[in-house]
Design a protein around this ligand. Structure first.
Ligand SMILES: NC(=O)C1=CN([C@@H]2O[C@H](COP(=O)(O)OP(=O)(O)OC[C@H]3O[C@@H](n4cnc5c(N)ncnc54)[C@H](OP(=O)(O)O)[C@@H]3O)[C@@H](O)[C@H]2O)C=CC1
Ligand SMILES: O=C(CO)[C@H](O)[C@H](O)COP(=O)(O)O
Length: 483
């Protein structure tokens, strides 16, 4: 370990923002043999990191931004890991004043992609390279290998890629880091990653709810079910940690921890951003939207307290074959999960087309196989599907996923019907099934919607048997005219 205040530019990378993520990524860089300059607004965090983990590698301690920048080899590379929003702008502004043309600023926080587009343009005008990099993996991933989604100029990736790839997770020898595309693309795909994370967590939550309230299983028993599921097609980080959380006993009460945690889910904003962006792009991300709304409903504590005891209507019988119903839930979870990922990848395709990013969905699935929160066995299947057909209109149409859904469709319907009859809310299971049924429908009721729009607003409609737009003279003689 070298801990010093120096003007010698010997650090290969600087990390500013040494909270949970930044401190662990700094240690990860150091453990991979890179000399790391450390900076944090309050020096206490820098010193705490050096005190506890200075032996991890070669660090350069700095207190001010000028000192920090002076410690870096040229072209200078600084990773910013601070709170998204105003704090990120403040730090970038301070760095930009101290850095020189050709230097690279990487924002590894959960920035809103439109902020990244703005920041990239502003810094480019000053000759600086700006890389908005989505980073996923939480505390453990940051230390041992996250999934990294860097956007920004391609030439920045040439200077940066090997460094970032060295600290990322690796699956089958392939780094979980690749250049995503220009400006805001890296943060856009990280945002959608988090949206999918929300949907996946909500689906797991609904499965847990059904096992608890439809089958009467306690938390340790449900943990066993999730552990068993983690040996099959559902194998994933989120299923694995679900079993761990359910197995945890609360020290003060002796009860399962999950039973003493308040049932009001919080959110920092990336799921909400995903849905807002999907609305703007016109992409139906129903699973993600239901997950965001389910968290909002859970957090509506006053309304929930007032509504407790409202009539349920006549409820149905609980399933009698627990093993069969458990298998139904597993299949419904897998089918719904396929829909959630399909919708997320559709949104990425739409964002990529809108902004001209040319995002490679197979490459993205490849780097999500390890390191990130949504890492899962079935990302290999997603990669294969986009490798086979990069223009695939929907993941659901790829042979593997089509067959997986067909194998689970009867279970999926039973689960949604049973949950409805038992009064157990399953918004993500139900909306995913409705999406699937909507997508495969021969004829949707949208024809009626178009007729109504034409009636009250002369908005016109298309006909199935002729080209062009038409309007019916609803307030006249009701004959049809070409619009
Ligand atoms: N936690 C997680 O699992 C993940 C987080 N992220 C993202 O990574 C980033 C860092 O996350 P995390 O490590 O949790 O830390 P936080 O989001 O809690 O941010 C804390 C850090 O931001 C610094 N900071 C806050 N305001 C300012 C400011 N105005 N000027 C300078 N520095 C400021 C703090 O400095 P000080 O110590 O002086 O207060 C501290 O270093 C965030 O954007 C987050 O969204 C991404 C993936 C996973
Ligand atoms: O980026 C992440 C993982 O990929 C974070 O863990 C994410 O911020 C958690 O989101 P939320 O607090 O909204 O549940």
């Amino acid at each position: 370990m070298t801990v010093e205040r120096t003007e010698n530019p010997r650090a290969q990378i600087g990390v500013t923002g040494l909270a949970v993520m930044g401190s662990n990524i700094a240690r990860n860089f150091a453990r991979h043999g890179h000399t790391v300059a450390l900076h944090n607004r309050s020096v206490a965090k820098t010193d705490a990191l050096l005190e506890a983990h200075g032996d991890d590698g070669d660090f350069v301690r700095t207190e001010t931004i000028d000192e920090f920048v002076a410690a870096l080899q040229k072209p200078r590379r600084v990773l910013v890991m601070v709170k998204a929003g105003d704090a990120t702008d403040a730090v970038i502004d301070e760095l930009a004043h101290a850095m020189e043309p050709g230097d690279i600023i990487i924002d590894g926080g959960n920035a809103l992609y439109t902020d990244t587009i703005r920041r990239e343009a502003a810094l480019r005008a000053r000759g600086l390279h700006f890389v908005g990099a989505g980073i996923s993996g939480g505390e453990e991933g940051a230390l041992n290998g996250p999934s990294i989604m860097p956007g920004g100029p391609a030439e920045s990736y040439e200077a940066l890629g090997p460094l970032l790839e060295s600290i990322s997770a690796h699956v089958d020898g392939t780094p979980c880091c690749t250049h995503i595309g220009p400006d805001g693309s890296g943060h856009f795909v990280k945002m959608v990653h988090n949206g999918i994370e929300y949907a996946d967590m909500q689906l797991i939550g609904e499965a847990y709810h059904l096992l608890r309230d439809a089958l009467g299983y306690d938390a340790p028993k449900i943990a066993e079910v999730f552990s068993e599921w983690n040996t099959g097609t559902l194998e994933s980080y989120l299923i694995e940690i679900t079993a761990d959380v359910l197995r945890q006993t609360d020290a003060s009460t002796g009860k399962p921890l999950v039973d003493v945690i308040v049932d009001a889910a919080e959110q920092k904003g990336t799921g909400r951003w995903t849905v807002k962006s999907a609305l703007d792009l016109g992409v139906p991300v129903t699973g993600i939207a239901e997950a965001v709304f389910a968290r909002a409903l859970s957090g509506s504590r006053t309304q929930r307290a007032a509504a407790r005891g409202l009539a349920s209507g006549t409820l149905g019988d609980k399933p009698t074959d627990a093993a069969q119903f458990t298998e139904d839930i597993r299949r419904a979870l897998y089918a719904s999960k396929i829909v959630a990922y399909a919708q997320g990848f559709d949104q990425i395709a739409a964002g990529s087309a809108e902004y001209g990013w040319n995002v490679d969905r197979a490459a993205l699935a490849t780097i999500w196989r390890g390191g990130c929160i949504i890492r899962a066995q079935f990302l290999n299947r997603i990669k294969e599907a986009y490798d086979a057909d990069p223009q695939l209109p929907s993941l659901i149409l790829a042979p593997y996923f089509r067959e997986a859904i067909e194998a689970g469709i009867d279970s999926w319907r039973r689960v949604v019907a049973t949950a409805t009859m038992l009064g157990i809310p399953v918004p993500a299971f139900a909306s995913s099934l409705s999406y699937y049924d909507g997508l495969r429908a021969d004829r949707l009721p949208a024809a009626l919607t178009q007729g109504q729009r034409d009636f009250f607003g002369a908005h016109t409609y298309e006909r199935i048997d002729a080209d062009g737009k038409f309007h019916t003279l609803w307030s006249g003689d009701r004959t049809e005219v070409r619009a």
